[in-house]
Design a protein around this ligand. Structure first.
Ligand SMILES: Nc1ncnc2c1ncn2[C@@H]1O[C@H](COP(=O)(O)OP(=O)(O)OP(=O)(O)O)[C@@H](O)[C@H]1O
Length: 307
């Protein structure tokens, strides 16, 4: 379990984290979602003792990272796959971790197998690794101490679709065995397919949190009709809030029955009526963070959600 309690981090006059509170529970994959610069990495750095908070606390299994006796045995961390020593081979990096944590020598082979790095690949220097291979090696290093908790910052970066599926299955298995997983991403689709719980951060503040189902169901109802303008007027006249309106349809912050009734009362023929689910999460993400984004969302940030 990871507990973040009223965490604030200021750099001079700039507030990077503003009273951030959430938990990541055992047996669950918690997705930490937010646009670039929202504060995900800063939160994770505080968790593992790399950044000192201005106020508040972050504990892992009830203790601050610095107070864990053999941290690698309790929490696996991957903050930046490119930060691994470029001049060492993958095998050397794992062997150092194995010796530091006083693990059996077989642990290195086990991890290479787990992340599918071949004998030849593991003997290459990291500077010759692709980003995807670095991510696999980073995940192997995080897992080698068989920790209960995993903290991963953008772990899917650089993985191809098969690699993303592999990682998803690996994290699912880890959580199903009772582990706690916290992973950050600015890719909506990635979080949507992997996470059980979602915490959304924007401008250093938590703007939404809950189970994926709660977050999705709170994203409203998607309704379509030939007369979209009339439809939007009808739901508004019925006292329902329109979350977004485009040529693709209208998303309303209400259940499907209320939206259907409003359209029926106005004599508007509905052509589609359903929970906004995936598209709603994208809409919610954009909305929740719209006035808090420090950088514009890039095309790559949105590409996953278009799937
Ligand atoms: N050492 C620092 N000094 C000053 N500002 C900092 C420092 N570290 C981070 N920040 C600022 O804090 C904010 C949050 O940064 P952070 O790296 O946590 O965001 P993020 O959500 O991880 O974004 P990304 O997805 O781009 O990595 C940014 O505006 C960043 O510029």
């Amino acid at each position: 379990m990871i507990t973040i309690d009223s965490l604030t981090k200021r750099y001079g006059g700039f507030t990077a984290l503003d009273d951030v509170t959430f938990t990541a529970q055992p047996g669950r994959v918690t997705g930490f979602l937010g646009p670039n610069g929202a504060g995900k990495s800063t939160t994770m750095r505080v968790m593992v003792g790399l950044t000192e908070p201005t106020a508040g606390s972050a504990t892992i299994l009830g203790r601050r990272f610095a107070d864990l006796p053999n941290p690698g045995r309790e929490v696996g961390v991957l903050l930046d796959a490119s930060a691994q020593h470029a001049g060492r081979t993958g095998r050397e990096i794992l062997t150092i971790a194995q010796k530091t944590m006083r693990l059996p020598a077989t642990a290195v082979e086990d991890m290479l197998d787990l992340v599918s790095l071949t004998e030849a690949e593991s003997s290459r220097r990291v500077k010759n690794y692709s980003l995807g291979m670095r991510q696999r090696l980073g995940i192997a290093t995080a897992l080698i101490g068989r920790p209960e908790v995993l903290i991963l910052d953008e772990p899917a970066n650089g993985l191809d679709p098969a690699g993303i599926r592999w990682m998803r299955d690996l994290l699912r298995g880890f959580a199903d065995d009772g582990g706690t997983v916290l992973l950050s991403s600015h890719l909506l689709h990635e979080i949507e397919v992997i996470a059980d719980d979602i915490v959304v951060i924007g401008n250093g503040r938590i703007v939404a949190g809950g189970t994926k189902d709660e977050i999705l169901s709170s994203s409203g109802t998607l309704v379509r009709a030939d007369d979209l303008d009339g439809l939007a007027l009808a739901v508004t006249a019925a006292g329902l809030a329109v979350t977004s309106s485009s040529s693709d349809g209208v998303i309303v912050d209400a259940d499907a029955a209320s939206v259907g009734r409003a359209a029926f009362d106005a004599g508007i023929a509905v052509t589609e009526l359903r929970g906004a689910d995936g598209s709603g999460l994208e809409e919610m993400f954009l909305q929740l963070t719209a006035d808090s984004q420090r950088d514009h969302l890039t095309d790559s940030a949105m590409e996953g959600s278009a799937a």
